[in-house]
Design a protein around this ligand. Structure first.
Ligand code: NAD
Ligand code: GDD
Length: 331
């Protein structure tokens, strides 16, 4: 019989895409768990065991891990800068999810792979003060000075994975995602990240005829953005690898936020009047992924070009916008 795979956070953006991929690969026993009602999941499949539960609770984690052979922890209370800067305590409470999932996975006795989704937000802030960045290497997480709230929780959970591996023999794997984007993810409501936010703002301008566009910060801050398909491929490769320590999973195609807006304007064939909101949540000035380690250990790195991934993302968000607001109405 096919082995049971648990996807925690399966109602979310990355969790939903992982469930879809596992089905595509032929897995027949998948359990997808999320706190949201299934009506709010990005992807729901009838042939998957869909469970609504709060994984901050130990009992829910025990039930979720029962008979599981692989566990993917993609459940967290998180979002883009607008969310994590204003919800530090909430972000830190996700520590309960990983704590109880690790304990439940270890106690289940059947789990031979445990994947944890960490973040580039674990990296030391001193290494990210300049837009003109030196890409972040795995060793740059220490000495520790991560993003307040969310980043500390991620760094702590990385360590917990390491110690469950060393002390209890649970086979844990950890990837540090750099800003992930794509269709079937959050594009409005306050938790969205820059790629989805830029698509929504440009689409709103196009549909309403109001060509003013607000951009947080001065637009010169830099980031790299990874398309969802690369993220899922990387998760599966890292989970089944021998890589013991946390590793970058991100694109190294560096872009300014202004450059990201240029890409979206080109897709939409429009030029907007940009206004910069300097007191908005900004995060670090510059961040990029150094992919030396992943190339060396896996012979692979995320390679989908930003302009290509953004076109697919824009088209999907445009469809969602029209479903929600119709054409020509403010959103
Ligand atoms: P998401 O918000 O779309 O998905 C997370 C899911 O976890 C949501 O569906 C949410 O309802 C669920 N969840 C939250 N609390 C829960 C609980 N108590 N019990 C059960 N489910 C719960 O976010 P995502 O982009 O899919 O992120 C997945 C993982 O990857 C998270 O751990 C996130 O921190 C990490 N990550 C994402 C990015 C990114 O750019 N998307 C970057 C770095 C790290
Ligand atoms: N979200 C958002 N919305 N960001 C905007 C906007 C907007 O309308 N306008 C400009 N920005 C700027 C932000 O101020 C920030 O400087 C940059 O775009 C990127 O913002 P986000 O995409 O929200 O987040 P991030 O890259 O700083 O951090 C994200 O990635 C991490 C992993 O690399 C977050 O999602 C973290 O949760 C994640 O771990």
């Amino acid at each position: 019989m096919d082995k049971l795979i648990l996807v925690a956070g399966g109602g979310g953006f990355i969790g939903g895409a992982l469930v879809a991929k596992l089905r595509e690969l032929g897995h027949t026993r998948i359990r997808s768990v999320d706190i949201k009602p299934t009506s709010e999941w990005y992807q729901v499949f009838d042939d998957v065991e869909n469970v609504v539960a709060d994984l901050k609770e130990k009992a829910a984690c025990e039930a979720a891990c029962r008979d599981a052979h692989e566990v993917y922890n993609l459940a967290a209370d998180m979002g883009g800068m607008g969310f994590i800067e204003n919800n530090k305590a909430l972000c830190m409470l996700s520590v309960l999810i990983n704590t109880h999932l690790l304990q439940a996975a270890q106690q289940a006795g059947t789990v031979n792979r445990f994947f944890y989704a960490s973040s580039a937000c674990v990296y030391n802030a001193d290494k990210q003060t300049n837009e003109d960045v030196v890409a972040l290497k795995e060793e740059d997480a220490y000495p520790a000075m991560p993003e307040d709230g969310y980043g500390w929780e991620k760094l702590f959970c990385e360590r917990m994975c390491r110690h469950f591996r060393e002390d209890y023999g649970l086979t844990t794997r950890v990837a540090r995602f750099h800003n992930v984007y794509g269709p079937l993810g959050t594009w409005d409501g306050g938790r969205e990240k820059a790629p989805a936010a830029m698509c929504r703002k440009v689409i709103t301008a196009k549909e309403t005829g109001n060509h003013d566009m607000e951009i947080w910060g001065d637009g010169k801050q830099t980031r790299s953005f990874m398309y969802i398909d690369d993220c899922i491929e990387g998760i599966l490769k890292i989970t089944h690898s021998d890589i013991l320590e946390p590793i970058n999973l991100g694109s190294n195609e560096l872009v300014t936020i202004n450059g990201l807006v240029d890409i979206v304007e080109n897709i939409a064939d429009i030029k907007l009047d940009r206004h910069y909101k300097l007191d908005a949540p900004k995060g670090v000035n510059g961040r990029n992924s150094d992919n030396t380690m992943i190339k060396e250990l896996l012979g692979w790195e995320p390679g989908i070009r930003l302009a290509d991934g953004m076109k697919l993302t824009y088209d999907w968000i445009h469809g969602e916008y029209l479903k929600k607001h119709g054409s020509g109405v403010a959103g």
